[in-house]
Design a protein around this ligand. Structure first.
Ligand SMILES: *Cc1c(COP(=O)(O)O)cnc(C)c1O
Length: 357
């Protein structure tokens, strides 16, 4: 047992992992430029395509990097000097897409939204020169889940390449690349998949593959990933161990069925939310995903103090917010290896905290 084992983790990445994942993490990393590893990578690709219901002919690109690299790689490879993006900015991660576009000199307009899941996206004005749509399916900073169906319909109607950061909702909330008309889906290892951080992947529809543009980036040149990917390899050293862990997790999720996997997270979220009635807490977001609950404290309580005391007094780690919300809200993840007994630890810790108030 080490320091971290004694903690109960409820953060939206990293999340509580499964025993099988931990076991795979404890063995020697194998060499990977061989057929054995290629087979694993190709099986991962096929399983991801199935889980995302990506269109026939879709490909998966595996990056050894955190989620933000997947966001930047999408901007670099799909947007050029003659393009213009709509960036949905519902919080910190939407702002990150805007910052990436600024950094890469890509023209964009920002849609700043508050507690609006874009189900009425038809009411938004769109300029003729817009070519791309960038959105974080779940804006993790404020627990806002966007309406992917409405967005997909809008993108189709206006002929926009639809790039969706699904990092904090893939396998915990529904996403369907065909039904939601998604061209690029970004996901990451350390959220719903419950793996260590470091692996990010992009699922590219055939339409997206046709629209890859020449870029200045060496490491994020998607064409090179695609040509290596056709034989189950990556241009540079992949996150070998995390890919083995991913393979195991994907098989497990497919065996259980993606609908059941999502239903489990939903049950966990509902169990947690239904046990909050005795606390002076309210839901901050009107459009919460299954993957996370964001709670607002009453005026008498400082959210940072609550977060701090839960950890110090009960070993429970929930997630504080930054910026103007830092004293008002905190976040609780339902991703990964959750069950009612584990959630009870958090509920009991909240009881202890509020008893002392
Ligand atoms: C966690 C997360 C990311 C990735 O952040 P990294 O720190 O780069 O891994 C990106 N988008 C969303 C919506 C996220 O929740």
């Amino acid at each position: 047992m080490n320091f971290f084992d004694k903690k109960y983790i409820f953060t939206p990445g990293p999340v509580r992992m499964y025993k099988e994942t931990l076991k795979l993490g404890s063995v020697q990393t194998p060499y990977f430029r061989n057929e054995e590893f290629s087979k694993v990578l190709i099986e991962c690709e096929n399983m991801i395509i199935e889980l995302a219901n990506a269109p026939r002919g879709s490909k998966v690109v595996f990056l050894a990097a955190s989620g933000t690299a997947g966001m930047e790689a999408s901007v670099i490879n799909f947007l050029g000097k003659n393009d213009k993006a709509i960036v949905v900015n519902g919080g910190d991660f939407g702002k990150r897409f805007a910052d990436i576009c600024s950094c890469q000199n890509i023209d964009f307009e920002e849609w700043k939204v508050v507690n609006d899941n874009l189900e009425n996206i038809e009411n938004f004005k769109i300029n003729r020169d817009v070519t791309h749509f960038l959105v974080n399916a779940h804006e993790t900073s404020v627990g806002l889940l966007f309406n992917l169906k409405a967005i997909g319909y809008f993108c189709k109607k206006h002929n926009l390449l639809n790039i969706v950061d699904a990092i904090s909702m893939f396998v915990t909330d529904e996403i369907d690349m065909q039904k939601h008309n998604i061209d690029v889906m970004i996901a990451s290892s350390h959220k719903g998949l419950a793996l260590p951080p470091g692996l990010t992947f992009l699922v590219l529809s055939p339409n997206a593959i046709n629209k890859i543009q020449a870029s200045d980036s060496y490491y994020f040149n998607l064409k090179s990933y695609l040509s290596n990917g056709s034989r189950g390899q990556t241009p540079f050293t992949p996150t070998v161990t995390i890919i083995l862990q991913l393979h195991q997790r994907l098989r497990c999720i497919l065996k259980k069925g993606i609908k059941n996997e999502i239903a489990h997270t939903k049950n966990m979220a509902e169990y947690f939310r239904s046990n909050l009635k005795s606390f002076p807490l309210s839901f901050y977001s009107c459009h919460m995903p299954n993957s996370m609950t964001i709670l607002k404290v009453s005026d008498q309580v400082d959210a940072l103090d609550l977060v701090d005391k839960l950890e110090k007094e009960s070993g429970v780690i929930v997630c504080p917010n930054g910026g103007s919300l830092k004293n008002k809200v905190f976040r609780v993840s339902h991703m990964g290896n959750m069950n009612k007994e584990y959630i009870d630890v958090l509920i009991n810790a909240l009881s202890r905290y509020y008893e002392k108030q």
